[in-house]
Design a protein around this ligand. Structure first.
Ligand code: FES
Length: 129
């Protein structure tokens, strides 16, 4: 059911935790199952210099959160804003159809945290979010 890559990110999640004063923050839940993800971004010089998250959910939710955090860490805001659920799922080697919403939650958290950052700042990327 799950790829080796997904199981690796579930059993050894990257970037787990919180940041005390995040520049961008989001708390999203998946409407179908009620799982929750919190995402914390530290941003400097238009780059995501640190990212942490907490996920209260299934194995695919934790793996998707871990993968999404790795995909945006060190990226510019413009690069991170382009992250999609399809990209997260593809990087995990695919997700079963019934678990695709777990990648949706992770990508949604990234975009919501960037929007939160944009509410406080006026980076060029904010106009596109
Ligand atoms: Fe809800 Fe995975 S089953 S996010």
């Amino acid at each position: 059911m799950y790829t080796e890559k997904l199981i690796d990110h579930f059993t050894n999640p990257r970037n787990i935790g919180t940041l005390p004063n995040p520049d961008g923050y989001a708390r999203v839940s998946s409407p179908g199952c009620g799982d929750i993800m919190e995402l914390f971004l530290q941003i400097a010089d238009n780059k995501i210099v640190d990212v942490k998250y907490r996920a209260f959910g299934c194995a695919a939710a934790i793996a998707s959160s871990s993968m999404a955090s790795e995909m945006i860490k060190g990226r510019t805001l413009e690069e991170a804003a382009g992250l999609t659920d399809e990209q997260v799922a593809a990087e995990l080697g695919g997700l079963p159809d019934v678990k695709f919403h777990c990648a949706v939650m992770a990508a949604s958290a990234v975009n919501a945290a960037l929007k939160n950052y944009c509410e406080k700042h006026h980076a060029p990327v904010c106009a596109a979010l």
